[in-house]
Design a protein around this ligand. Structure first.
Ligand code: 13P
Length: 268
């Protein structure tokens, strides 16, 4: 039996974003950007209908902006300060990122939550400033392996989402959620398509319960060991609207192949 058409999914444009994390140097960044642009030139039709972007480390954002301007690829930052401009040594503000024509900013990646002790209160401030300064926040949420094994996945996600519902409610759908189970990040373990779907649907319902308007229109990306071999099955799920890609985004051929898989996703 054919699955029924899913009009909500059809109206959420697929999105694939590459998080380079703290990798590379000027030479490798140049090469990666050149390879992505070549991939776009080689088969533009295979990428039609997908929104694409990369998150280089801060020092290479200007380079990405210069090379990617006019292409299908947008760019963003992996983090942003929870303050506006001022005496905050070492920080980078949302306004500065906007100045570099960034479209996106990652907020609350599990590496920032775990290694840099970012709190929900700080994340809410980041989301608010990002929106105020015209960036689209990509809010990352996810549970650890211990939390999943203790059957706490939903309660952990609920707490992470509820902490941001206030600021997201006034964002007029100008944000994206990325579900990144911590146990799947950089481990080679991927959530099964069914596991991802279950959590994505839960996230959507939690946004709606938190009075975030238009939750059915919010894009929810999956991240955690996405590869060319598993991308299509993940993106085919009804509530999976694309991916946030780590390791595979450093290899242009793999990243492009994942982007093409998003273009071919089935609407169900
Ligand atoms: P990997 O794709 O390397 O597992 O990383 C996922 C991630 O953390 C993207 O933000």
């Amino acid at each position: 039996m054919t699955a029924p058409a899913n009009p909500d999914k059809a109206r959420r444009k697929p999105l694939v974003l590459g998080n380079w994390k703290m990798n590379g140097d000027v030479a490798t960044a140049e090469q990666l950007l050149a390879d992505l642009l070549q991939g776009e030139r080689d088969s533009p039709e295979a990428l039609a209908g997908v929104e694409l972007g990369v998150f280089p480390p801060y020092p290479y954002i200007g380079l990405a902006a210069a090379r990617l301007a006019g292409s299908r690829f947008s760019w963003g930052a992996q983090n942003v300060a929870h303050f506006g401009n001022g005496a905050y040594t070492g920080e980078v503000s949302a306004a500065m990122l906007r100045d570099l024509a960034c479209t996106w900013v990652l907020i609350g990646h599990s590496e920032r939550r775990a290694l840099f002790a970012e709190t929900n209160a700080q994340l809410a401030m980041k989301v608010e400033l990002a929106i105020r300064d015209g960036l689209l926040p990509v809010v990352c949420v996810g549970e650890s392996l211990a939390e999943r094994e203790a059957l706490m996945t939903e309660s952990v996600l609920a707490a992470q989402i509820d902490a941001l519902c206030g600021v997201l409610a006034s964002a007029d759908q100008r944000f994206v959620i990325a579900y990144e189970p911590v146990w799947a990040i950089g481990t080679g373990l991927t959530a099964s398509p069914e596991q991802a779907q279950q959590v994505h649907a839960y996230i959507r319902s939690r946004l709606a319960a938190g009075k975030v308007p238009g939750a059915t229109g919010v894009r929810i990306l999956y991240g955690g060991s996405v590869k060319p071999s598993n991308a299509q099955a993940l993106f085919g799920q009804p509530d999976v609207d694309g991916g946030l890609i780590g390791g595979a985004s450093l290899i242009a051929a793999d990243f492009l192949s994942i982007c093409r898989a998003a273009a071919q996703r089935s609407i169900r």
